[in-house]
Design a protein around this ligand. Structure first.
Ligand SMILES: *[C@@H]1O[C@H](CO)[C@@H](O)[C@H](O)[C@H]1NC(C)=O
Ligand SMILES: *[C@@H]1O[C@H](CO)[C@@H](O)[C@H](O)[C@H]1NC(C)=O
Length: 136
């Protein structure tokens, strides 16, 4: 009986370790907007086009790069309503430091919305919506 129990513990430990490794090896980091970075785009639809060309999974990380000539920017995660209206009043979270990281780990949200809350940037297309793919 003792022997059975201890091999069961070993088996379960292996499974836990395997699932942790699975997570870390599959989580990806994305530089939002590619080489352009996180700024007011020339084309209103630029950031959403970028988003549509990638597949995001839960626990992936978005990195917002706003350095150099983009340094006068910030990044807030907001609700869908706030994204649509460019409403900056009550963001879910807000970061002002360059290379801001947002983890797509809230598995109860399939969609994430981000806007720049400086000036009228959001209205100029400085906004992003992300759909998390449910398939791993
Ligand atoms: C962020 O953007 C700047 C300017 O485009 C670029 O030089 C820099 O390499 C980028 N940072 C990272 C970590 O990719
Ligand atoms: C995750 O998302 C749900 C639904 O929007 C929200 O109610 C909850 O507060 C979020 N949890 C965290 C830790 O942000």
């Amino acid at each position: 009986m003792r022997k059975v129990n201890s091999s069961l513990v070993v088996l379960m430990t292996c499974m836990v370790v395997a699932s942790i490794e699975f997570h870390s090896s599959t989580a990806k980091e994305f530089m939002v907007g590619g080489p352009f970075g996180w700024g007011v785009p020339h084309n209103h639809k630029f950031h959403d086009k970028w988003s549509n060309h990638h597949t995001f999974k839960s626990h992936d990380v978005l990195i917002f790069n706003f350095t150099g000539k983009l340094s006068n920017n910030d990044i807030a995660e907001v609700t869908r309503e706030a994204y649509l209206k460019c409403d900056s009043k009550n963001p879910i979270s807000h970061q002002t430091i360059n290379l801001a990281r947002f983890n797509l780990k809230n598995t109860s949200m399939n969609n994430h919305y981000y806007i720049c809350i400086i000036h009228q940037n959001c209205k100029l297309g400085h906004k992003l919506s992300i759909t998390v793919s449910l398939r791993r």
